[in-house]
Design a protein around this ligand. Structure first.
Ligand SMILES: [Zn+2]
Length: 97
């Protein structure tokens, strides 16, 4: 089990890695064992979800890319098909600052 502090650190490291220019797209398999939970939020819908990486791998497989996770987990968002960009669902990884 991760302590909360380790969880925050994992997220910071993960985000730094995702931002690194030229980095290959990270897959669920890449973060397996390093990150326990992924947090996704949508400011538009005021929704929030926390997903265990192990369960995501069970559902989507190790080669599923990380950027696809917010997309996959917001399929049921009422704003998903909004025509206006300002109305559209904004599901993304939660920013821990
Ligand atoms: Zn949404």
């Amino acid at each position: 089990m991760s302590k909360p502090d380790e969880l925050v650190e994992d997220h910071a490291r993960l985000r730094a890695e995702l931002m690194r220019p030229g980095r290959e797209i990270i897959t669920l398999g890449d973060i397996d064992g390093r990150v326990t939970w992924l947090e996704i939020e949508c400011e538009r819908c005021k929704r929030y979800g926390r997903f265990a990486v192990a369960r995501l791998i069970e559902s989507y497989g190790r080669r599923f890319t990380l950027p696809s996770v917010p997309w996959a987990k917001s399929q049921d968002c009422p704003h998903r098909r909004a025509n206006s960009e300002f109305d559209r669902c904004g599901a993304r990884f939660k920013d821990r600052g």
